[in-house]
Write a protein that binds this ligand. Structure first.
Ligand code: SAM
Ligand code: SF4
Length: 460
């Protein structure tokens, strides 16, 4: 389940692909993905392209006729996993040299010589926005140029490809790239400037998804709330939310990841007013100290972020909040770290994506000394984890007896699982088949990371 995380370093093999397969040509493809939802969307697109020319997905790289790795380098840990995976494929390439090995994603730079030297067994490197390059190893794609332009941008979560059940949730990219230059971040260098998709294309895709049974859509972008400013007819995320909310049959609408600078009253008001838009705010703060935020080039201060959360809660008292935090940024003192700790304690988030600072070559901060020792980064990370464990335990304990509506996304270990509008994970037992249904659940047990309850009333 993808939920609201920003970056997932657990690799996924062959996720969900588009719904347009041509006749099976007997060939198989294997796509391995690591990183953010944008990478998952790109992998889905690659899969859909290959299905258009008759390939089918496989979970087993040994039987694949083409292997594609979609990489992430947002932190060193992700880059190490990609390098490990590439190295593990040396044997396969030796045994079956005719199988093209392709690397895409944020590891691929414009200057590919260094990559070629490091991984000589890779046949093709292409950067994330240049899908046409795949034609160099799959020539059949060249004949389909017009058809490929029609392929959807959306993707379905992993679970819906491993079961026969129709997908209930889907992800729709609405803006690519990023115009910020946060000093630690590699994304703008690899993903380019912001490019918004036309509003009408997005609405059409959501209509298609709803017609297929999807009930919840998450709109995606690195700076999702910057949507629209680059379009000829200026529209914003609030306009898009209104247009998508009007799609009949769409139950829930989410969006991530937002940047505090663009989190306008207008967007928050639209969230509060539109019935399908979930009361869940994903707003990375990154640090609680203004001096650290300034060196991160985040363009806002601690109080700006706090005020945006306060306005969100003013308009939607039950809204849940998720954020991202980096610990051990260059020069972060104990006192500055303590301000991040205090901020998180004061505001009380429902989810915090924590990361230890990792210098990324080519970014501004990589030129500064990485002077917080690794053990100290780990200590700060653990301290915030412990804080979050305590806060979430307390927050969720207050939900005992609450009645929540859960959109059921799966069944495992004898119980159903789904999420509330606020994105809280809920498990419950039910004899009925409630897959894809909205079920009212009364909470009977709470923990820091999920709730357990009893279903009441008929599923919808
Ligand atoms: N656009 C979003 C924003 O403005 O916060 C975040 C996108 S970024 C690709 C996802 C997360 O990775 C960030 O929120 C940050 O916490 C983390 N991240 C990015 N660069 C990092 C670095 N050099 N070291 C550690 N964490 C990093
Ligand atoms: Fe990276 Fe900053 Fe852009 Fe987010 S806003 S993707 S952290 S540069």
């Amino acid at each position: 389940m993808t939920g609201s995380r920003s970056i997932d370093l657990r690799p996924v093999a062959s996720p969900a692909f588009g719904p347009v397969p041509a006749a099976d040509n007997g060939k198989r493809f294997f796509v391995w993905t690591i990183g953010c939802q944008m990478n998952e969307a790109d992998s889905a697109k690659i899969g859909a392209m290959l299905q258009e020319v008759g390939y089918r997905p496989t979970q087993d790289e040994e039987e694949a006729d083409i292997v594609v790795l979609n990489s992430c380098v947002v932190r060193q840990a992700a880059e190490d996993k990609v390098a490990g995976k590439l190295t593990s494929l040396v044997g396969l390439k030796r045994r079956r040299p005719e199988v093209p090995l392709v690397l895409t994603g944020c590891m691929v730079t414009k200057q590919q010589e260094a990559l070629r030297q490091r991984f000589p067994h890779v046949d093709l490197f292409f950067d994330p926005s240049d899908f046409d390059q795949l034609q160099r190893v799959v020539p059949e794609l060249a004949e389909l140029e017009d058809d490929l332009a029609q392929l959807p941008h959306y993707y379905l979560p992993e679970a819906s490809t491993t079961t026969d059940s129709a997908a209930i949730t889907a992800f729709v990219p609405i803006i690519y790239g990023c115009n910020f230059l946060c000093s630690y971040c590699i994304v703008p260098y690899r993903r380019g400037k912001e490019r918004s998709r036309p509003l009408s294309d997005i609405v059409r895709e959501v209509e298609e998804l709803v017609a297929k049974g999807v009930r919840e859509v998450t709109l995606l972008g690195q700076t999702v709330n910057a949507y629209g400013h680059d379009l000829p007819r200026q529209v914003g995320l609030a306009d898009l939310l209104r247009a998508v909310d009007a799609v009949p049959g769409l139950e829930r609408l989410r969006f991530l990841t937002s940047h505090p600078k663009y989190m306008s009253d207008e967007i928050i008001d639209a969230m509060a007013e539109l019935p399908s838009v979930c009361e869940h705010m994903n707003l990375p703060v990154q640090a609680g100290d203004d001096e650290v935020l300034r060196r991160m080039r985040r363009t806002y201060g601690r109080d700006d972020w706090k005020e945006r959360i306060a306005y969100t809660r003013h308009r939607m008292p039950l809204a849940t909040v998720a954020t991202d935090v980096i610990v051990g940024f260059p020069g972060e003192t104990e006192a500055q770290f303590a301000r991040t700790h205090d901020l998180l304690e004061e505001v009380g988030c429902d989810k915090v994506h924590l990361a230890m600072y990792s210098p990324r070559p080519g970014t501004l901060s990589a030129r500064w000394q990485d002077d917080v020792p690794h053990a100290e980064k780990q200590r700060r990370h653990r301290e915030l984890e412990a804080l979050q464990l305590r806060l979430c335990t307390e927050r969720n304990a207050r939900r005992l007896g609450e009645r929540v509506d859960v959109l059921v996304e799966g069944h495992a270990k004898g119980r159903w699982s789904g999420r509330t509008r606020g994105n809280t994970l809920v498990h419950f037992s039910d004899e009925r088949d409630v897959y894809g249904k909205l079920v009212d659940v009364v909470i009977t047990q709470t923990g820091p990371w999920f709730l357990i309850g009893e279903p009441v009333g008929p599923p919808r």
